[in-house]
Design a protein around this ligand. Structure first.
Ligand code: ATP
Length: 314
């Protein structure tokens, strides 16, 4: 058993908090032969998190199996069956262990859905850890990471947290020792962008000569390692998907401009969007900026977050 898993007592309920991720650098290359795009990215875990709670289904009145319930963001609209990434994660770990799955998983979601913040991937990471602990599965970190990568490119990072370089399709991780804390205002919008649609738009724009692959993560990594100021960081944020996200949802441009007018150091689309991240100087600035962005309208919800934070925690 790894450090992430410890035996569960009968009747135990295991709760894991799993943070959202942002990509302060997201370089998108050409599609590979397997259909995935090559990525050069820097991930950072931020202080918005979902909580995944697991208990044996058979210890209530239920039959063994996998049952998912959801509260918070996306409750009532997200799938609770096989289509839910947490369900897939539970099934995968049972298959790995050669046991019948027996779990009731509750997802308390605070991470905005389909916002480029990897909420589904965070739940999958949380379900892997919670089920491994509940069922006392002997599994090493490397093997857990391999299962995570099979569930989605962002899931291995969601197991780790902190700051890391992601290469391959994002699943190959190199930890970064970031020295500092950076403050963000996270503004969601009332539209959604599917990640595959956003990749398609990146490819379409490239065919028209718009955008190129930002493969060099070194300047940003050095900035994190040296504890750069938010001002310095603002100049180094890169997202190769930003033009595609704005092309699909033009209203993002006015949200971004609005935040900059209100004093954000930078406006940065989160992953494939449509969430927009505004960088603030410090926590006091972030609080004031969030208030001004809220008052301006145009965002569905406005949250404060800081990063990096540690990965999944019980
Ligand atoms: P990513 O950036 O990892 O592509 P995202 O942050 O943009 O993802 P998610 O919140 O992970 O978006 O949700 C994307 C889609 O995944 C949702 O619209 C939903 O249909 C599906 N999904 C499956 N399981 C979950 C889950 N547990 N939480 C959220 N979405 C889920």
């Amino acid at each position: 058993m790894t450090g992430q898993t410890a035996p569960a007592q009968p009747g135990a309920q295991i709760s894991i908090d799993v943070p959202a991720k942002i990509n302060p650098h997201l370089g998108v290359g050409d599609p590979r032969a397997d259909g995935y795009h090559a990525l050069s990215t820097v991930y950072q875990a931020i202080s918005l998190h979902d909580t995944v709670t697991a208990q044996r289904r058979s210890e209530g009145n239920g039959e063994p199996g996998i049952e998912i319930t959801i509260s918070g963001e996306g409750a009532g609209t997200l799938p609770t069956d096989e289509a839910n990434l947490a369900y897939k994660a539970a099934k995968l770990i049972a298959l790995y262990a050669g046991i019948e799955p027996d779990v009731k998983l509750h997802l308390n979601k605070r991470i905005p859905v389909a916002g480029g913040l990897a909420g589904g991937s965070a739940d999958a990471a949380g379900a892997l850890i919670a089920c491994a602990r509940l069922w006392e599965v002997e599994i090493g970190d490397a093997e857990l990471e391999r299962l995570a990568a099979g569930l989605g490119s962002d899931v291995p990072f969601c197991l780790k947290g902190g700051t890391a370089i992601g290469s391959g399709r994002g699943e190959k991780l190199t930890p970064v020792n970031a020295k500092g804390t950076w403050h963000w205002v996270v503004a969601t919008t009332d539209t959604q962008i599917s990640t595959p649609d956003c990749y398609k738009e990146v490819d379409r724009l490239r065919e028209d000569g718009i955008g190129r692959y930002s493969s060099d993560v070194d300047p940003l990594v050095r900035a994190f390692e040296s504890g750069a100021s938010a001002d310095e960081l603002a100049r180094l944020l890169i997202n190769d998907m930003e033009a595609a996200a704005v092309s699909l949802r033009p209203q993002l441009a006015s949200l971004m401009h609005g935040g900059l007018e209100e004093g954000a150091l930078a406006a940065h689309v989160s992953g494939s969007g449509p969430t927009v991240l505004f960088l603030a100087t410090d926590v006091k600035h972030a609080v004031a900026l969030a208030r001004r962005i809220r008052m301006r309208g145009g965002a569905k919800s406005v949250h404060l977050a800081h990063g990096p934070v540690n990965g999944p925690a019980a």
